[in-house]
Design a protein around this ligand. Structure first.
Ligand SMILES: Cc1cc2nc3c(=O)[nH]c(=O)nc-3n(C[C@H](O)[C@H](O)[C@H](O)COP(=O)(O)OP(=O)(O)OC[C@H]3O[C@@H](n4cnc5c(N)ncnc54)[C@H](O)[C@@H]3O)c2cc1C
Length: 399
């Protein structure tokens, strides 16, 4: 039996504690007054905690091979078994797992209760500031010092918190590399006078990311057009790559097809104009596009709303077609850490043993969750990664 301290009672820390408590004296040191505060915010308060299509293709990481050895069918089954064993019944919608209660709090409470049942000590309002190593580990906190044989750094990333995570400084002190950390699953910022005029529009669209003119990734779904740029889940799915690219000074341009269900815009409008007669161009858009968006696009093409389709020059029709089906928006920034659901970057997966989550640089030091350079798409992937890394570390701590 070892004395184990877990820094952070969030998603991965709670799960590590549940598994490690089998054979160890486990203590969680948690900065907040309660564990798992972030879990409450997940899935809009409903907690999308897993996905039935849980493969590495839904993640960005510095090392896909190592990720593949973490996301195994065995580990996926362990996540499902864990939630069964703590009484969380899944309500699966299009592969997205939610608790049947539809309340994130039930996931947090179930994990927390399981820790208590298994005899895990939980010290809250305990802000860890540093760790020292001298054969054993000493954790420095606002509540004094705590000694242990093994330590798990599970204190999360910079996402959705006011202060930078202490985890990065602690792990660099223990000779870990920290790959550049940037916000991910986050809104994207642009500039342009037109942004105010389309603000508030939500539209199902196809969005494609180009980095330095090279196609990177496509996503389809609801896009929210705002006065600062673009948002919505399908934009979030591209945001990790955009954030990493902006950090590397790459040009990030998103191409939006506002009516992806139409093959040829000009042919479509010709037909529409012949069916829906005596309409202005603005009126021709009624019924297929939010007027705020169509008016914005017409203005950008210098087309008078009151003009008729037949009266518009071929040049302007082609320009409008490009705007509607391949609108280019230059991304200059993201909305930052406070708006982000996760972070890209962190400790390279090559610096941990994927079978144990133990650091390859420091014996007895384990790293879980978002501190690692692995971020998932929306859809239960980030919590899923937190659970899996927590299970691996917790089980290994019993050996
Ligand atoms: C708004 C929002 C919605 C999200 N929705 C989803 C979703 O639906 N599905 C999904 O899969 N993922 C979602 N995520 C992402 C998911 O919540 C995280 O990926 C996951 O919680 C990361 O787990 P973790 O253990 O690494 O860190 P965390 O869960 O952040 O836990 C870290 C813990 O460490 C504590 N801590 C930090 N610093 C210290 C310190 N110095 N001393 C002591 N304790 C410390 C923190 O208080 C926290 O409790 C969402 C995130 C946000 C912000």
């Amino acid at each position: 039996m070892s004395k184990v301290i877990i820094i952070g009672g969030g998603a991965s820390g709670l799960v590590t504690a549940i598994f490690a408590s089998l054979n160890n004296d486990v203590t969680i040191l948690e900065k907040n007054s309660k564990c798992g505060k972030k879990i409450l915010a997940t899935g809009n308060g409903k907690c999308n905690y897993f996905n039935s299509d849980f493969t590495s293709s839904h993640f960005n990481t510095d090392n896909m091979d190592i990720l593949d050895s973490i996301i195994t069918s065995d580990n996926i089954n362990k996540v499902i078994a864990l939630f069964d064993s703590i009484g969380i019944v899944p309500n699966i919608k299009n592969g997205y797992y939610y608790p049947m209660s539809n309340q994130a709090i039930s996931v947090r409470e179930a994990l927390f209760k399981e820790c208590l049942v298994r005899g895990v000590s939980i010290i809250t309002d305990c802000d860890v500031t540093d760790i020292n190593y001298n054969g054993t580990y000493t954790v420095i906190t606002n509540k004094g010092e705590y000694d242990c044989d093994k330590i798990v750094v599970a204190c999360g990333s910079n996402a959705y918190v006011k202060e930078k995570s202490v985890g990065y400084d602690i792990l660099s002190k223990f000779n870990h590399t920290i790959n550049p950390v940037v916000p991910s699953l986050v809104q994207l910022v642009s500039s342009g006078n037109y942004l105010k005029s389309w603000s508030g529009v939500r539209i199902d669209a196809k969005v494609s990311l180009y980095e330095d003119n090279e196609f990177k990734k496509m996503s389809f779904g609801e896009v929210q057009l705002t006065d600062y740029g673009i948002s919505g889940i399908c934009v979030y799915q591209l945001s990790s790559l955009v954030s990493r690219g902006l950090y590397n000074k790459k040009e990030e341009v998103i191409h939006i097809n506002f009516i992806p269900y139409i093959d040829d815009f000009i042919e479509y409008m010709n037909k529409r104009n012949s069916i829906v007669k005596k309409r202005t161009i603005s009126e021709l858009f009624d019924g297929i596009m939010n007027y705020k968006l169509s008016n914005t696009l017409l203005t950008l093409c210098n087309i008078d709303y009151n003009d008729t389709w037949n009266n518009i020059s071929d040049d302007k029709k082609n320009k409008l077609s490009k705007m509607v089906t391949d609108f280019e928006i230059n991304i200059t920034d993201t909305k930052g850490y406070m708006c982000a659901q996760t972070c890209s970057g962190g400790v390279p997966l090559s610096e941990i043993n994927p079978n144990t989550m133990e650091s390859i640089k420091n014996k007895g030091l384990y790293i879980t969750g978002e501190l690692l350079d692995c971020d998932g798409e929306c859809g239960g992937y980030n919590l899923g990664f937190a659970w899996i890394t927590g299970i691996i570390a917790g089980e290994a701590l019993n050996d």
